[in-house]
Design a protein around this ligand. Structure first.
Ligand SMILES: *Cc1c(COP(=O)(O)O)cnc(C)c1O
Length: 392
C-alpha cells in the first residue's frame, strides 16, 4: 500500500464522496451526453439529404445560439480554432502583428494567432478568475508599448499589437468589463475566446458578447457538442457579413458562376453537425443545472479540506462550471502530480491545467509579460470529472 501525503488523501476522499466508488472502469473528465433527442434530429438531417454546408439546421442552430447569447449575429464554423483564426483575421490581425493572450490557455488560442502570421504576446492570469489579469496587463502595456498614431507597438520588438484575446477559463468569466476599459485606453479591439463558456454570464450578459466579436467551441469535450464545431458571435452587422463571406470561400452570390473576390476559407459548419447541435442546445438548460449541482457537491465536499479548495464562480458572474477545478492551497508541482497519478490510478480521470503556452517549443521565443500567477496556477490546479450526468 502506498501511503500518500495529506493533500492526496483528502483529494481521493473528495472524489469518492462526490462521485461514489468507481463502478465502471473509469470516470471521464467530460464526456458528451447523447440521447434519443440527438438520434432523432441527426436522423432527420440524414433523411433530408442536406448533410453538408447548406441546410436548415445551420440557420436554426445559429438562431438558437443568438437567442441564448444575445449576440445579434452568429456564424456557425467548423471548429473553435478556425472560428478564432477567422475572427482575428476579420478584425484586421495581419502577418507581423502581436496579439495579447493569456499564457494559461489551451494551445488553440495561440495557434489561431499564429495562423494569422502573427505572434502571441503572453500576459499573466488572475488567481481568482483564472483569466487575464487586467491590472497586471495595464501595467505591462504601460511599460512595454509605444503609441504611434492609431497603433500600439511593442517597444522592444517594434511589432504592432493588434488585439487582446481574453479567455474564460474552465467556464469561469474573467473580468471582462475591467479589461474593456484597458483595451479602450490602449486602442485595442477585444476578441473573446469563449470556447469554454457557453452558458456563462457576467451579470446578465453572456460571455463572448463583450468584445468586437467572440468565439465558442462545440468540440466533444465541451458543454455541448456538434462532434466538432464552433461559432463566431458579434453585434457588428458589417463584420458578420465579412466573416460569413470569408467562411464560404468568398464566393459572390450567383446562380451558376464561380466568382470569388478574396483568398478565403471553407470554414462553415456542415448541416449534419448543426443538427446534433440543435438537439444539444434544446437540452442546454438541463446540462447547466446538473453541472451546477455537481459543482455544489464538490464545493461542499472541499469545505472541510485543510490542503485543497474549490474554485467557485467569480463574484457577479454565473459560470457554466464546464470543468470543475480544485486548487492546492500551497502550490506544489510534485504534489499536484501525485494527486493526478493517484486519482487516475483509481479511475477518476482528473487532469492538470495546460502547460503554459510560453513554454511550448513553438512559442518559447514569443514576447511576454512577467507570468508569476500563471506559473503558480499551473502548480496548483486540477480539473476533476465534470460531465453533466454526474450531477444528477
Ligand atoms: C476548446 C478550445 C478551443 C478550440 O476549440 P476547438 O473546437 O477544439 O477547435 C479554443 N480555445 C480554448 C480555450 C478551448 O478550450
Amino acid at each position: 500500500m502506498t501511503t500518500y501525503d495529506l493533500p492526496t488523501r483528502e483529494f481521493l476522499e473528495v472524489l469518492t464522496s462526490v462521485l461514489g466508488p468507481i463502478e465502471k472502469s473509469t470516470i471521464a473528465l467530460h464526456e458528451p451526453n447523447i440521447g434519443p433527442h440527438e438520434h432523432k434530429m441527426v436522423a432527420e438531417c440524414l433523411s433530408s439529404g442536406w448533410v453538408s454546408s447548406v441546410g436548415e439546421f445551420i440557420t436554426r442552430f445559429e438562431n438558437q445560439l443568438s437567442k441564448i447569447t444575445g449576440a445579434a449575429h452568429v456564424i456557425a464554423i467548423v471548429n473553435g480554432t478556425s472560428a478564432l483564426h477567422l475572427a482575428l483575421h476579420s478584425v484586421g490581425i495581419k502577418p507581423g502583428d502581436e496579439v495579447i493572450i493569456p499564457s494559461l490557455s489551451f494551445v488553440a488560442t495561440a495557434n489561431a494567432v499564429a495562423h494569422c502570421g502573427a505572434t502571441p504576446h503572453f500576459a499573466d492570469s488572475d488567481p481568482v478568475t483564472l483569466g487575464l489579469d487586467p491590472v497586471a496587463l495595464r501595467k505591462h502595456l504601460a511599460s512595454a508599448t509605444t503609441q504611434q498614431g492609431d497603433d500600439l507597438f511593442n517597444t522592444k520588438t517594434g511589432r504592432r499589437i493588434g488585439a487582446i484575446v481574453p479567455m474564460h477559463t474552465f467556464g469561469h468569466p474573467m473580468q471582462i468589463e475591467e479589461l474593456i476599459l484597458i483595451a479602450n485606453e490602449f486602442g485595442l479591439p477585444i476578441v473573446e475566446d469563449a470556447a469554454e463558456s457557453l452558458g456563462s454570464y457576467v451579470g446578465k450578459k453572456h460571455t463572448g458578447t463583450f468584445g468586437v466579436c467572440g468565439i465558442l467551441s462545440f468540440n466533444g469535450n465541451k458543454t455541448i457538442t456538434t462532434g466538432g464545431g464552433g461559432a463566431i458571435l458579434t453585434d457588428d452587422e458589417s463584420l458578420a457579413t465579412k466573416i460569413r463571406h470569408l467562411a464560404t470561400t468568398a464566393k459572390l452570390a450567383h446562380e451558376w458562376e464561380f466568382m470569388h473576390d478574396k483568398t478565403a476559407w471553407n470554414y462553415r459548419m456542415p448541416n449534419l453537425n448543426a443538427a446534433l447541435g440543435c438537439a444539444q442546445l434544446d437540452r442546454l438548460d438541463k446540462f447547466l443545472r446538473d453541472k451546477r449541482n455537481l459543482a455544489n457537491k464538490y464545493d461542499i465536499a472541499l469545505k472541510s479540506s485543510e490542503s485543497l479548495e474549490f474554485i467557485s464562480e467569480p463574484k457577479g458572474t454565473t459560470s457554466n462550471y464546464w470543468l470543475n477545478t480544485v486548487r492546492l492551497k500551497k502550490p506544489n508541482l510534485q504534489i499536484r502530480n501525485e494527486l493526478l497519478t493517484a486519482s487516475r490510478a483509481k479511475g477518476y480521470l482528473c487532469r492538470p491545467a495546460w502547460n503554459l503556452l510560453h513554454q511550448l517549443p513553438m512559442y518559447d521565443n514569443s514576447p511576454r509579460a512577467e507570468l508569476p500567477v500563471a506559473q503558480m496556477l499551473l502548480s496548483s490546479l486540477i480539473n476533476v470529472p465534470s460531465s453533466a450526468n454526474l450531477g444528477l
